[in-house]
Design a protein around this ligand. Structure first.
Ligand SMILES: Nc1nc2c(ncn2[C@@H]2O[C@H](COP(=O)(O)OP(=O)(O)O)[C@@H](O)[C@H]2O)c(=O)[nH]1
Ligand SMILES: [Mg+2]
Length: 331
């Protein structure tokens, strides 16, 4: 059930955010946001892109995401995208959106793998999305390449912290299945800011790339390194799929088939995959629309914090949850 008052507030908040951004200030509104964190090439951008159902984010090996991308999804009858840095220009071709993200990244950071904490603000209007803000972030790297500063790891860490320390930020901690969970940058960062795991969801990518004879069953059953809200496994498109222009619909069907046919994951199939992750995020939407948003302004002490959404819903203790109602994210 939506809350009309809340829906009405969104355009106002968007205007406020734009006004602050245009004078180079951050607006300091504690609105619900979802940030993806994890190591480089963990699959963060791939996970986000699946939520929008469109190919528009630069993805690939090496450092691809080099500035934070603040992506506001706005439910609306028509589908188009708009950047804050070229306001008024409507993008209907999502390949052009990707080119613009790449061009705008290079404009500020140079083309030689440099990074910048200055976010790119993008709005996607679509009938298929919920009003949510997603944040795509550079992955943690340890060794500087190209024009990167010597303290690249610290700089990226600070960049991520700037978003995930906010209590209104839901953290998608993305770890690829073909690495050891104990070494997960994502889980380490999430634990630092959310030690109780109230606002962290573990996301395990690349389940299709595990060595033969190994599986992530213990992780996905939430037994190995338990998280309050558990882990959701996903299978995103491989680089070959991207180059072959495999569409998202076909990728989702292949993902479903993967979980249903895999002997180690079959029993978990209904609580795995991108659609299930979308449903889990839909819970955030419910928290958002059932809790009073309060806007925080440093200057006028306008309002206090919005009620902690995390306390409104019982956290999930195991991976075997029942199916929720159909998500309006799904198409
Ligand atoms: N096979 C496979 N490849 C994946 C998966 N997730 C991501 N990739 C590939 O891994 C690379 C990095 O993905 P990207 O989303 O850019 O990672 P990011 O650096 O964390 O944003 C791309 O080539 C993706 O195609 C997955 O679940 N399975
Ligand atoms: Mg990325």
């Amino acid at each position: 059930m939506g809350n009309q008052g809340m829906e009405d507030l969104i355009p106002l908040v968007n205007q406020l955010q734009d006004a602050f951004s245009s004078i180079g200030q951050s607006c300091n509104l504690d609105l619900p946001q979802i940030a993806v964190v994890g190591g480089q090439s963990a699959g963060k951008s791939s996970v986000l892109e699946n939520f929008v159902g469109r190919d528009f984010l630069p993805r690939g090996s090496g450092i691809v995401t080099r500035r934070p991308l603040v992506l506001q999804l706005i439910n609306c009858n028509t589908e188009y995208a708009e950047f804050l840095h070229c306001k008024g220009k409507k993008f209907t071709d999502f390949d052009e959106v990707r080119q613009e993200i790449e061009g705008e990244t290079d404009r500020v950071t140079g083309a030689n793998k440099g990074i910048s904490p200055v976010p790119i603000n993008l709005r996607v209007y679509s009938p298929h999305v919920l009003n949510l803000t997603l944040i795509d972030l550079p992955g943690i790297t340890k060794v500087p390449v190209g024009d990167q500063p010597v303290d690249i790891e610290q700089q990226i860490r600070d960049m991520i912290m700037q978003f995930i320390t906010r209590e209104s930020c839901l953290i998608l901690a993305v770890t690829p299945a073909n690495t050891d969970l104990a070494n997960s940058d994502a889980l380490k960062l999430a634990k630092d800011v959310d030690p109780q795991g109230l606002r962290t969801i573990g996301v395990i990518t690349k389940l299709d790339l595990m060595d033969e004879g190994t599986d992530a069953r213990d992780v996905l059953e939430n037994k190995l390194l338990p998280l309050r809200r558990g882990y959701i496994g996903v299978v995103n498109r491989s680089q070959k799929d991207i180059e072959g222009k495999k569409d998202i619909k076909a990728a989702l069907a292949a993902e479903r088939k993967f979980f249903l046919s895999h002997p180690s994951y079959r029993h978990l199939a209904d609580s795995m995959g991108t659609p299930h992750l979308q449903k889990a995020l839909n819970q955030v939407r419910r928290w958002c629309s059932s809790s009073p948003w309060t806007l925080r302004s440093e200057s006028k002490a306008l309002v206090t914090r919005w009620t902690r959404w995390s306390s409104l819903e019982e956290p999930r203790s195991t991976a075997s949850s029942t199916s929720a109602s159909p998500s309006s994210w799904s198409r």
